[in-house]
Write a protein that binds this ligand. Structure first.
Ligand code: S3P
Length: 435
């Protein structure tokens, strides 16, 4: 349990560098493990979720070393993993589970996989179904959940798959299996989801075609180890963007943020809300990067619909907080995916922000946020809960910056799923202005 702090009247100031991107760190480990030779990953995110992916590859016999922000992987290729002596622990990580179900669907031994109580409630048929069409085999608890077994298998066949949900995890699982399958594998997306898997396959020397939502991959020749520079995570930066916008008198810069166009929905949506966000592009050979400068300013309510969701899916909780401070209503629809994240994020956003006086209506596929509420702890004190969800924990911390009264947070340890040093980084921009 931790006591949270309201920002002072002079606001938040300073420069901040948020940790490496979670999605890209997972993928860099995966490609490093299946490539030939050494992969060095800089600005690597050392968070709980990513450590679970690392643990899986170590259990499969891959040598991985790391310092505070660099990981080195000695690749083994796809066919030289050793059978692990115990089940593979996915922790809280949906990305590890779903991507590895694809990547490890053609191994000569059974692989038992399990996770924590939240992960064990998250749907897996969305990956097991297309992978089964490719002849992968799984045993899922109640046909849907962890614990599960990825069955020994020596055959994968390409498919053409029309994605029923916009999901980079599902797309990536299919592509990672498609890289090992006979024939071509094509995934067709209605709305673009994050394309880190496609980019990284190319970087490791593989071939993949992408054209207007149609992505095709074939069996890959040997991939080669690379140097990967992981951008700072836009999903982590989003908490600082909103903190800077809603905390009066703030002026902060977030350095070297990954602004891949399949991930930068939070910036586009905040701009639609009227925010002026300065992006200073930084030259890069890989994923696009920019320094982002934000000042406190007035926002207006907007409509957020299904087409906006994939590129901002993890940022909707913090956008909901921004919307409580906007002039007018913000209507979020087409966002039913939020119900199957680390928590049901429609329910948990509403449960926490309403404790601070926010006025939010729940919808099956989103919410209506009535803006212009000044946040305050009822009767002077509020007990907020992360519900074991890192992004709900961090949303609560940012809300407390503008909340009158005492605010306490429980379940704060969940934040280390994606951002172990979040509290220190937030206090660095609060404390700086009081010097
Ligand atoms: C991720 C994709 C998203 C996102 C998750 C990470 C990834 O999930 O919510 O945090 O790394 O591919 P979906 O693709 O299932 O929406």
């Amino acid at each position: 349990m931790i006591k949270l702090t309201k920002a002072s009247k002079t606001g938040l100031h300073g420069e901040i560098t948020v940790p490496g991107d979670k999605s890209i760190s997972h993928r860099a480990l995966m490609f490093g493990a299946i490539a030939d030779g050494k992969t060095v990953i800089d600005n690597f995110l050392m968070s709980d979720d990513v450590m679970h992916t690392m643990g899986v590859f170590r259990a499969l016999g891959v040598e991985i070393n790391h310092t505070e922000s660099q990981a080195t992987v000695i690749g083994k290729g796809l066919t030289n993993f050793k059978a692990p002596s115990a089940g593979l622990d996915m922790g809280n990580s949906g990305t590890s589970t779903r991507l590895l179900m694809g990547l490890l669907s053609k191994q000569p031994f059974d692989l038992k996989i399990f996770g924590d109580s939240s992960l064990s409630k998250r749907p897996l048929r969305r990956v097991a179904d297309p992978l089964s069409l490719m002849h992968a085999q799984f045993e899922l608890t109640n046909e849907e959940f962890l614990p599960a077994v990825i069955k020994a298998n020596n055959e994968l066949t390409g498919i053409i798959y029309h994605m029923p949900v916009a999901s980079a995890q599902v797309k990536s699982a299919i592509l990672l299996a498609g890289m090992q399958a006979d024939g071509e594998t094509t995934v067709i997306e209605k709305l673009p989801s994050r394309d880190h898997t496609e980019r990284m396959l190319r970087q490791f020397g593989g071939e993949i075609k992408t054209e207007g939502g149609v992505i095709t991959v074939k069996k890959q020749p040997q991939l080669n180890g690379q140097h990967v520079l992981v951008p700072s995570d836009i999903s982590s930066a989003a908490f600082f963007m909103v903190a800077g916008l809603i905390t009066p008198n703030s002026d902060i810069t977030i350095k070297k943020v990954g602004v891949n166009p399949t991930r930068d929905g939070v910036i586009k949506l905040l701009e639609r809300m009227g925010a002026k966000i300065l992006q200073n592009a930084i030259p890069s050979d890989g994923e696009p990067l920019a320094d982002i400068t934000i000042k406190a300013q007035t926002l207006k309510g907007i409509e957020i619909t299904a087409a906006d969701i994939p590129s901002a899916v993890d940022e909707l909780p913090i956008l909901a907080l921004a919307a409580t401070q906007a002039v007018g209503d913000t209507i979020i629809s087409g966002a039913e995916e939020l119900r199957v994240k680390e928590t049901d994020r429609i329910a948990t956003v509403i449960s926490e922000l309403t404790k601070l006086g926010a006025n939010i209506e729940e919808k099956p596929d989103g919410m209506v946020i009535h803006g212009g509420t000044s946040l305050h702890a009822e009767n002077g004190s509020a007990l907020l809960d992360s519900h074991g969800d890192h992004r709900i924990g961090m949303m609560n911390v940012v809300a407390s910056l503008i909340t009158e009264g005492d605010v306490v947070l429980t379940g704060e340890e969940a934040m280390s799923v994606s951002y172990p040093g979040f509290m220190e980084d937030i206090s660095s921009i609060i404390e700086r202005d009081s010097l």
